[in-house]
Design a protein around this ligand. Structure first.
Ligand code: UD1
Length: 421
């Protein structure tokens, strides 16, 4: 298994290009199942999660070709040959559950294994099931698989979600595009990836209004057609690399960065003493002076502070002046990076969903282990600013969500290398 060796050194300066969003791409790819005509995605990120979704779609009979070094995904679901998403693929990635809604809508039945994914909590599927049942689906759990059918086709309905789940919103919106009549989804998630999915579905001929607000209305149509769609910027990759100059000093421009994707995060950076300015090409980040200040952070659904940036923010706050309190409200068990950061000299106490971080002047390099996708990059960020060497093992987690991480950080002056093993 490969590791990444980071040697703490001075300020970082230069530019980092931000890729298309992993989480948007993982919901846009299953949208191909809704139409017989081709769907092409541009600005796709080059990640192992995208390869996993490619394998899953291919196992259903879809054609998926990665063009232009993987930045363009040309897909066609003209002839689907299977309606079963197998455990062997689904267990690698929870987002595999996003084929459920589209398959049900297009084929009238679907069998999908219960998912795996990051070890950051129970992550059940009840909200997806309730949403699709509201559209008239009948769903049973047998042998670890959800067996879903809609014998008379899906029918539009009014449904209010108990919690604004991102995945359940995406599954229901995709399914409702081909349902008979009107669907109104209340308490829908508002994440930019959902807005991006709706833009793509609209380009395919779907009739949808209200994306980005808590109420999404979908007018079912008989069929969707082909389209080409550009994947939105990855706000989590953006926020992660914004933290690199925040932690190390210097000035880094994030190419393609947009404030509207990341407002709540930028507010916290500002409170910590980090300047963020819009430029022609994106966002420029620098540290105002000296040490950053402690800030309290609570993760929330969009437009709140994203749970997917909590681990990285903690890495910054480990060396802040004062005490920060981080509250994780979206996932239980999402502080697995805390004991690893503690091995680097951080002072962190975790009680349930709350972590109290007492800032120290400097972290010290140590061998640490990546436990999930966002935790792994938080250890790299911490290593960039630590004294000495940090060896991060189990970096396969990182490959799921960050393309060319070594090259991107090297380009702004970081001392970082991948060690094959
Ligand atoms: C998506 C993102 C993930 C991000 C998360 C929250 C993708 C591929 N992944 O995950 O990176 O961290 O949004 O912003 O887009 N829940 C239930 N029942 C359900 C579904 C979810 O209880 O049926 C719970 C989950 O256990 C979790 C919370 O709701 O505690 C949020 O989950 P959800 O918004 O569904 O996240 P995902 O779509 O899985």
């Amino acid at each position: 298994m490969d590791s990444i060796l980071v040697t703490g050194n001075g300020p970082l300066n230069g530019q980092i290009p931000i890729a298309g969003a992993k989480n948007a791409c993982l919901t846009l790819m299953p949208a191909t199942l809704l139409s017989e005509e081709p769907l092409t995605l541009t600005n796709a990120p080059r990640l192992s999660d995208i390869k996993t979704m490619t394998l899953l779609l291919q196992s259903l009979g879809a054609e998926v070709s990665a063009l232009q070094d993987g930045k363009v995904l040309a897909m066609s679901s003209h002839d689907l040959t299977s309606h079963t998403a197998d455990y062997d693929i689904v267990r690698k990635m929870r987002a595999s559950n996003l084929v459920l809604g589209p398959m049900l809508a297009r084929l009238g039945h679907a069998v999908v294994s219960l998912p795996g994914g990051c070890a950051i909590g129970a992550r059940p599927m009840d909200l997806h099931i309730e949403a699709l049942e509201a559209l008239g689906a009948e769903i049973e759990l047998r042998d670890g698989y959800l067996h879903a059918k809609a014998p008379g086709g899906l029918k539009g309905a009014v449904h209010e979600m108990r919690f604004a789940s991102v995945g359940a919103t995406e599954n229901m919106v995709m399914a409702a595009t081909l349902a008979k009549g009107t669907t109104v989804l209340k308490n829908a998630a508002r994440e930019p990836e959902i807005v991006d999915l709706v833009r793509c579905l609209r380009a395919m001929g779907a009739q949808i209004a209200g994306e980005g607000t808590p109420t999404i209305e979908i007018q079912g149509v008989d069929r969707l057609h082909g389209a080409t769609h550009q994947v939105v910027t990855d706000r989590i990759e953006l926020g992660t690399y914004m933290l690199a100059p925040a932690i190390c000093g210097g000035e880094v421009e994030l190419l393609g960065g947009r404030l509207d994707l990341i407002g709540a995060f930028v507010e916290k950076l500002d409170a910590a003493g980090i300047d963020v300015a819009e430029t022609d090409k994106g966002l420029k980040v620098s540290r105002r002076n000296g040490r950053v200040s402690a800030v309290d952070v609570t993760t929330e659904p969009f437009p709140g502070f994203p749970t997917d940036l909590q681990a990285q923010m903690m890495a910054l706050l480990c060396t802040a002046e004062g005490t920060s309190v981080l509250e994780e409200k979206i996932f239980e068990n999402r502080f697995m990076h805390a004991p690893e950061l503690t091995r680097m000299g951080a002072r962190i106490e975790v009680h349930g969903g709350t972590a109290t971080v007492r800032g120290v002047e400097r972290l010290k390099g140590a061998p640490v282990m990546a436990t999930d996708l966002r935790a792994s990059v938080s250890l790299i960020l911490a290593g960039l600013a630590a004294e000495g060497e940090t060896l991060v093992s189990r970096v396969y987690h990182l490959d799921r969500g960050y393309e060319h991480v070594v090259q991107k950080l090297e380009a702004v002056g970081a001392k970082i290398e991948r060690i094959k093993g």
